[in-house]
Design a protein around this ligand. Sequence first.
Ligand SMILES: [Zn+2]
Length: 75
Amino acid sequence: MPDDVDRAQEREQEMRDDALADHQRLSRNGFDLPPCGECYGCGEPFGIGDNRLFCDGACADGYEHDRKQCAANGD
Ligand SMILES: [Zn+2]
């Protein structure tokens, strides 16, 4: 069934785009931080060559939230 193949390839492409967007979000995400080999949010260690800053979006959001709170409490 050609339709099934097309759909599968389309899905695969979407998943790849999602993964890339997710990776970029977790790697950059507006944070000016160097990759330190572990998650800045929860401290989960990453493998060698893994330059992410966070293991998932929740950690990135949590870190950003904490940082904003720190900034607010700073003065
Ligand atoms: Zn984490």
